[in-house]
Design a protein around this ligand. Structure first.
Ligand SMILES: Cc1cc2nc3c(=O)[nH]c(=O)nc-3n(C[C@H](O)[C@H](O)[C@H](O)COP(=O)(O)OP(=O)(O)OC[C@H]3O[C@@H](n4cnc5c(N)ncnc54)[C@H](O)[C@@H]3O)c2cc1C
Length: 525
């Protein structure tokens, strides 16, 4: 595979979870009209992961790129809007140092936050230097106000600056929606299970052998087989880099509960710290998705289920619970030989910031441009693969650092799990440097972010929200002197409140997007 055309002749996508159908959608859009033959094979006996209900703003771009409107996909997938993620319970509020920081929202910020966001960073910088000024992130970001007031991130009138936002959705329905659309566009589809793989002398996959339909060959295989990693791991034996030394959680238990869509539906995910991990609550239009992500070293499955039910309350009674095993880490090479791994087969960091679908999208989009660039650049495949894999590994590592920082910065003292997470020193040199810089007066934290290329996925405002939201400031503070320029928080709060009044209530906006389907949901409540 050293001489290459600008798109492959035949692609087989193995796996029909979110990764498979998202990859198929993007590859179909890029190459189907240019003559690439695409076949998606999925098993009807190996189940999908069946969770993954929150996104980052990149999902908006995914649907936009495919020309699919919110009116088309959201009602089909029971989707709602997402302004950010709230993190209650990650601090020790009995400790006076953290008493004012019981929770914070990591908002999806945009150009609309430019002024107030800068004000937040300015005040947080002062507080880091020991000056007593308000620096809780929730006061400064518009999406925090929208989330707290059950608003959608959609204004009555187009604002000067476009808002960025994410979604909540039923992942199985998103897969079905994309599948239906692609099948209607003529994509080839086979339901069968791959039992074996044939390798050529050069170690490429020459064909995959299905249980009932024989061998299938292609010049490119996309491995979307989930944690099984049937092609990239089992067949090609690409190394797996395990993250369990810095991210302890290896299980989740999920429970769905009813939602009453005649009441206000939240427009944020809530990720509450529990005794041995954290619980998500994701509001869809027809139900809540709930789950507890935990470490089996600290709590048994039964204990975790019990704790989750207590956390959810009476609505969890009689609802089934499902335990999911997770493998945290990533492959060393996402594109190897003639296989590209996408989704859980390429790796999984942690669902804490709901980044997995974003990584699927990023992997496939950058693969397509990488593949197309190769011919123009007259570059050998192996060289292009090296560049692609290095860049993608950097993205994985940058997200991992941000997630690990969540755990390192917790201040809970009520369980061994949280103490061990805080004390765990198995993190990257970059994260060590960032933790040290934030806690060292006089250190330029932004320069440190820049020096360590730490803003690949999370920009400075996200890092500031993380440290400030968890109350990481000096305990001894001095009043600002008369010549200290302090951003006026009272005015900012008033301004953000006023601006948030120009946004639709979440339910109101959903009713607009769902049209008559919303009334059906209301009738079924
Ligand atoms: C607890 C938890 C919470 C999560 N929350 C989020 C979130 O909020 N946001 C987010 O973006 N992501 C989240 N994720 C990740 C997200 O669920 C996945 O990234 C996404 O669903 C993609 O999964 P997948 O398609 O790679 O794998 P799967 O859904 O497991 O699909 C694998 C597919 O491969 C097929 N298959 C496997 N082996 C074979 C074979 N031999 N032959 C034929 N077919 C085969 C299966 O039948 C299936 O169709 C979460 C994950 C977990 C575990």
């Amino acid at each position: 595979m050293s001489v290459i055309s600008s798109q492959p002749k035949k692609v087989i996508i193995l796996g029909g979870g979110s990764a498979g159908w998202m990859a198929a959608s993007l590859i179909h859009k890029a190459w189907a009209k240019k003559g690439t033959e695409i076949l998606l094979i999925e098993s009807d006996v190996i189940s999908k992961i069946g969770v993954g209900e929150g996104s980052t703003p990149s999902l908006r771009l995914f649907f936009k790129h495919l020309g699919i409107s919110e009116q088309e996909w959201m009602p089909e997938c029971n989707a709602t809007y997402k302004c950010g993620i709230s993190f209650p319970g990650w601090t020790s509020i009995d400790n006076p140092a953290y008493a004012d920081y019981p929770a914070y929202i990591h908002p999806f910020y945009s150009q609309a936050d430019w002024k107030t966001g800068n004000a937040f960073m300015h005040n947080a910088r002062l507080r880091r230097e020991g000056i007593d000024v308000p620096a809780h992130p929730d006061d400064y970001w518009l999406q925090s106000y929208l989330a707290k007031n059950f608003k959608a991130p959609i204004a009555f009138q187009q604002l000067r600056d476009e808002m960025d936002y994410g979604y909540h959705f039923d992942s199985a329905l998103v897969g079905n929606f994309l599948k239906k659309r692609l099948l209607s566009m003529g994509l080839s589809h086979l339901i069968d299970t791959v039992d074996d793989v044939n390798l050529s002398d050069s170690g490429q996959i020459s064909s995959i052998i299905t249980k009932d339909n024989g061998a299938h060959s292609a010049d490119l295989f996309i491995d979307c087989t989930g944690f099984a990693a049937r092609l990239i791991g089992q067949a090609l034996k690409v190394d797996f880099i395990d993250y369990s030394d810095c991210l302890f959680n290896d299980r989740a238990v999920a429970i769905q509960t009813p939602i009453d869509c005649s009441k206000d539906i939240p427009s944020n995910t809530t990720s509450t710290a529990l005794s041995s991990g954290w619980a998500w609550q994701i509001p869809l239009s027809n139900r809540y998705g709930n789950g507890y992500v935990y470490s089996s070293k600290y709590i048994t499955d039964d204990e975790a289920e019990k704790e989750l039910r207590e956390h959810i309350g009476p609505s969890s009674k009689d609802q089934d619970a499902r335990v999911i095993k997770m493998r945290l880490g990533r492959v060393s090479q996402h594109w190897h030989k003639n296989v590209l791994a996408v989704g859980l087969s390429q790796g999984f960091i942690e669902p804490l910031e709901a980044t997995a679908l974003m990584l699927i999208q990023h992997t496939v989009e950058s693969f397509i441009s990488s593949y197309e660039d190769m011919q123009g650049a007259k570059r050998e495949v192996i060289a292009q693969q090296g560049i692609f894999n290095n860049q993608l590994n950097e993205v994985f590592e940058s997200i991992k650092d941000y997630i690990v920082a969540h755990y390192r910065l917790n201040s809970r003292t009520d369980s061994q799990y949280w103490c061990d997470n805080r004390e765990n020193k198995n993190n990257s040199a970059r994260l060590t440097a960032l933790l040290s810089a934030w806690h060292t007066p006089g250190e330029d934290f932004e320069a440190e972010l820049h020096r360590h290329n730490a803003e690949l996925t999370y920009f400075a405002p996200s890092w500031y929200c993380l440290f400030a939201g968890k109350g990481h400031f000096p305990t001894s503070l001095n009043k600002p002197s008369s010549n200290t320029k302090v951003a006026p928080v009272a005015e900012i709060i008033k301004y953000c409140h006023q601006v948030s009044q120009q946004f639709y209530n979440h339910n109101e906006q959903l009713a607009k997007v769902y049209d008559e389907r919303w009334h059906k949901l209301e009738a079924h409540r």
